[in-house]
Design a protein around this ligand. Structure first.
Ligand code: FCB
Length: 457
């Protein structure tokens, strides 16, 4: 796809709309023990036989810890406004409590200053899943004592960077850490205990709310928010069993997070379903969780289709799939945005992740990933449609800048708009990166013409 097919897409967005790319610390940095860094739960999980599809780990990943300047040059060359990245908690405080690691803090200061020097806005995420391993020994996120430690970590980072970053996210996708980490056990720390998973979700939300309060009390000027993975939920059939499953799964994925954040209560139907597995909540917790947000981040990849029949597979729907086996369904993003806008009083929304894994082929220094370009363009179009219908949207970030360590899928699934040869660490912009660059040139030209029109008027 080239811009001539969607010639005016960029003109549908206001000039202050933020365009970006995203990554996360564990997926790109490598250097798990360099310069005093402590290990995270993902370092350990990668050592569990069978946990990672290609038996790989994050020891090298994209070697971003040493190649960060080259990566920032690449980001700047795309013409994005912002770069969403995460800080590895065990890099700045190796054990999660106790001594701070100055070298780790320095790294992120250099990174932030490097972005600012290149005219790229740093969008910081504090927790993209790499909990310090030492904290897991005392129960990790299932232990309420982790909550104040996260608040300390948030305050430390905000003290060091808060004057220079426009946006701080507490957690990335609490549903994933809770359910995939502690109920199905397919992600770190690999536990299978539903009651624990729900307690983890509660502690994540609580630590989020308390961090917002602490950072604001400290005078932090950055916009503060949280990032959720949300999908519209569909039932495979009209059967009563499938319809009931749809309501429950929507409760567990969407309302379990949105209701406490924006209505200060967990959804009654999910609490009833959980019974004894419902989390322990102390007086004041729900008020803390509902501390007003400056923005809500939403990561969107696909819709969720559920069935009461466990053998049913979403690939049966006939929609095209990405390399993850996820349906390509851009309309779902419009649906989702309209629905949350209708059901909740929301601040500005950022689509903080969106992108696709496709089986790329590097051919003579080029990757012709037309399917990824089309995926991205269609989702941008889906956002424009939601905006046209009144949803307040502030930005869009492509997942991901680079091919990287895709969690339990290892290096087999490539989400980057820039190809990474993991043997040589060579970066090669794919056609999708060149398309995004071209698109962003149009964005900048449009902004300039609007500015000129205003000045001229
Ligand atoms: C999201 C994660 C991100 C990446 C994408 C594909 O759930 O936040 O790290 O793995 O999925």
């Amino acid at each position: 796809m080239n811009m001539t097919e969607l010639p005016t897409l960029h003109e549908r967005f206001p000039p202050h709309f933020v365009w970006g790319v995203a990554t996360s610390s564990f997926q790109i940095e490598g250097a798990p023990e360099q310069d005093g860094k402590g290990l995270s739960i993902w370092d350990q999980f990668c050592r569990v036989p069978g946990a990672i599809a290609d038996a790989s780990n994050g020891d090298v990943a994209c070697a971003h810890y040493s190649r960060w300047q080259e990566d920032l040059d690449l980001i700047a060359s795309l013409g994005v406004d912002a770069y969403r990245f995460s800080i590895a908690w065990p890099r700045v405080r190796p054990g999660g409590s106790g001594a701070w690691n100055e070298k780790g803090l320095d790294f992120y200061e250099r990174l932030v200053d490097g972005m600012l020097a290149r005219g790229v806005k740093p969008y910081v995420t504090l927790n993209h899943w790499d909990l310090p391993l030492e904290l897991q020994a005392t129960g990790g996120w299932a232990n309420r004592d982790t909550v104040p430690l996260f608040v300390e970590y948030a305050r430390k980072v905000a003290t060091r960077l808060g004057d220079r970053v426009p946006s701080i996210t507490t957690h990335n996708e609490p549903w994933v850490m809770s359910v995939l980490g502690h109920e199905s056990g397919v992600f770190a720390p690999g536990l299978k205990n539903r009651a624990m998973a729900m307690q983890v979700a509660h502690h994540l939300l609580l630590s989020h709310g308390l961090s917002l309060q602490a950072l604001r009390a400290d005078g932090c000027q950055a916009d503060l928010g949280i990032v959720l993975n949300l999908s519209p939920m569909s039932a495979a059939t009209d059967s009563a069993a499938d319809q009931a499953k749809k309501v429950l799964e929507d409760g567990r994925l969407v309302r379990w997070y949105m209701d406490p954040l924006f209505k200060s209560a967990y959804p009654e139907d999910v609490l009833a379903y959980l019974g004894q597995d419902a989390p322990q909540v102390q007086a004041g917790d729900m008020q803390a969780i509902a501390t007003p947000l400056d923005f809500l981040g939403i990561n969107y990849y696909t819709r969720s289709v559920v069935s009461a029949d466990d053998s049913w597979k979403s690939s049966q729907s006939g929609l095209p799939l990405t390399d993850m086996g996820w349906e390509i369904y851009p309309e779902g993003l419009t649906e989702l945005l309209l629905r949350v806008h209708q059901d909740y009083e929301l601040p500005v929304i950022f689509v903080t992740e969106n992108g696709g894994a496709f089986p790329d082929v590097l051919d003579n220094g080029q990757v012709h990933d037309a399917a990824r370009t089309e995926y991205i363009a269609k989702h941008i179009e889906a956002i424009a449609q939601a905006m046209d219908q009144g949803v307040p949207l502030g930005g869009y970030m492509v997942w991901s800048l680079l091919d990287n360590f895709e969690w339990a899928s290892g290096y087999e699934k490539r989400f980057g708009i820039v190809h990474v040869d993991f043997a040589s660490q060579q970066r090669t912009p794919k056609d999708s990166a060149l398309w995004y660059q071209d698109y962003l040139r149009c964005v900048h030209a449009h902004r300039a013409s609007l500015a000129q029109a205003t000045t001229g008027a």
